[in-house]
Design a protein around this ligand. Structure first.
Ligand SMILES: [Zn+2]
Length: 462
């Protein structure tokens, strides 16, 4: 992607000591529940500052014109503009023009692989009067649940504590602005920030891996302990040599900062979770920890998790996707390192070899009870307050189960692959064999609880 497709505005007040951010609605596929600056997409060939002015008007009711910056209180006008996209006509009717010069360009940002969508945005700063948007809550609508003014330091604190999740762009700008509002030079372009700091001592590094579509990367997670003295690397799954070297460099940086690297944790045995492990072992000769079953299923010497001394990390047995699956819970920030329990897009494959649908549902139920603030799945973007998301996965899985149950009872008998075209009506035939694995897991669970029988490679209703 080469063209800018969005605009973002850091609204500041009180001489640049405070900024405004919003919490995006959970339903958004892109950064749902994230704290963000105000912004949005560029319409057609819209000029960038016009797009920025339109977004501010739509979302917050702020009108930036050559006659000044004012708060617009007529909600009908904003509604009309949203629907009819005639922002310029609206300004014309008032004989106003956008004040292009009010927007200070700060940087361009190209998002990395951490999100469900790619974005390439121009970031502006706009300084406003103190009294403007003093009570911004009532101007927020379908984009965000609330907006608030904060100092940059408080913003960073909120992210570190786990109470808020934001993109790498937001964290980076908060850190720059906390030093000086002018510290970011216009010429700087923030290219893909590959190592993403989520909360204090928690980093995610998406690495290209041989995984299942729609994913192309595996999130390697780096966790420091509560005292910030030592750290672990979870699922170094990347196969790309440059990215593997980048991971090594990052481990080196933390070590230089005085932290001790104590080993690698694996969530389960699948290949897309340990592609970079051979290089780590060769270079750093570190211990590997995981479920005892991994000893037979991988080429590595696996140490028991109970041997790790590490403040604030809880291991959760979460069989289902695989019977050797573990998730990890970081207590200080209420963050789940979720492995393949969920993905931020697409669904999780339960294959019959080591998977189990019933166990999977139970494991998800247990994750819900943690009431976590955030979860890092192995594939895709970070999830905010993920319990509802886990619940949606359970409903989706139960519906699929009910569909397969109904179909096999309607047909009387069948194999997994027979049922696929009706269960997955939208699926490309190329993917039928993969879907059949999932259907078979559901049939095996029905067999286990006595709903159906199995003879001569065929499932049937007895
Ligand atoms: Zn897996």
């Amino acid at each position: 992607m080469n063209n800018l497709n969005g605009v973002v505005c850091v609204l500041t007040r009180k001489n640049g000591s405070e900024f405004l951010w919003v919490k995006r609605r959970m339903e958004h596929n892109f950064m749902g529940g994230y704290y963000a600056f105000v912004g949005g997409g560029i319409e057609n060939d819209e000029n960038l500052t016009i797009a920025m002015a339109r977004e501010l008007f739509e979302e917050l009711g702020i009108l930036v014109s050559t006659s000044g910056i004012v708060q617009w209180t007529n909600l009908d006008d904003r509604e009309k503009i949203k629907k009819e996209r005639n922002f310029i006509q609206f300004l014309d009717s008032l004989e106003l023009e956008v004040d292009h010069a009010a927007f200070r360009p700060i940087t361009d940002w190209r998002s990395g692989d951490q999100y469900n969508q790619k974005a390439y945005v121009r970031v502006f700063e706009l300084s406003v009067d103190e009294e403007l948007l003093d009570r911004p809550k009532k101007f927020i609508d379908e984009e965000a649940t609330f907006a608030e003014w904060s100092t940059f330091e408080k913003g960073i604190e909120l992210l570190d504590s786990g109470k808020a999740v934001a993109s790498a762009l937001v964290r980076t700008l908060l850190i720059h602005f906390s030093k000086s509002i002018r510290s970011f030079e216009q010429s700087q372009v923030l290219e893909e920030l590959s190592t993403y700091k989520l909360h204090k001592g928690i980093f995610s590094l998406p690495m290209k891996s041989q995984t299942l579509p729609p994913s192309t990367t595996t999130n390697c997670v780096i966790i420091a302990d509560d005292d910030n003295k030592k750290f672990l690397v979870v699922d170094p799954g990347g196969t790309d040599q440059h990215e593997q070297e980048r991971l090594l460099r990052f481990i080196g940086e933390l070590t230089t900062d005085g932290l001790e690297f104590i080993g690698v944790l694996l969530t389960h045995h699948h290949n897309d979770h340990h592609g970079a492990l051979p290089l780590l072992l060769k270079t750093l000769n570190c211990p590997v920890y995981g479920h005892p079953k991994l000893s037979q299923r991988t080429e590595y010497k696996i140490n028991p998790i109970s041997n790790i001394v590490f403040g604030g990390l809880r291991t959760l047995e979460t069989p289902g996707h695989s019977d050797d699956h573990l998730a990890f819970y970081i207590e200080r920030t209420k963050t789940i390192v979720a492995g393949d329990m969920v993905a931020s897009k697409g669904s999780i494959l339960i294959a019959p070899d080591h998977g189990h649908v019933g166990d999977y549902l139970e494991s998800l139920e247990r994750l819900i009870k943690l009431n976590a603030q955030s979860a890092i799945p192995s594939h895709g973007s970070i999830l905010v307050q993920p319990s509802k998301y886990f619940g949606d996965y359970i409903s989706h899985r139960k519906k699929r189960h009910a569909d397969i149950y109904a179909l096999i009872h309607e047909k009387g008998h069948g194999t997994a692959i027979d049922l696929v075209p009706q269960i997955y009506a939208e699926l490309l035939p190329d993917l039928y064999p993969l879907a059949a694995l999932s259907v078979e897991s559901h049939l095996l669970w029905m067999l286990e609880v006595g709903d159906i029988s199995f003879k001569d490679d065929v499932f049937f209703v007895s």
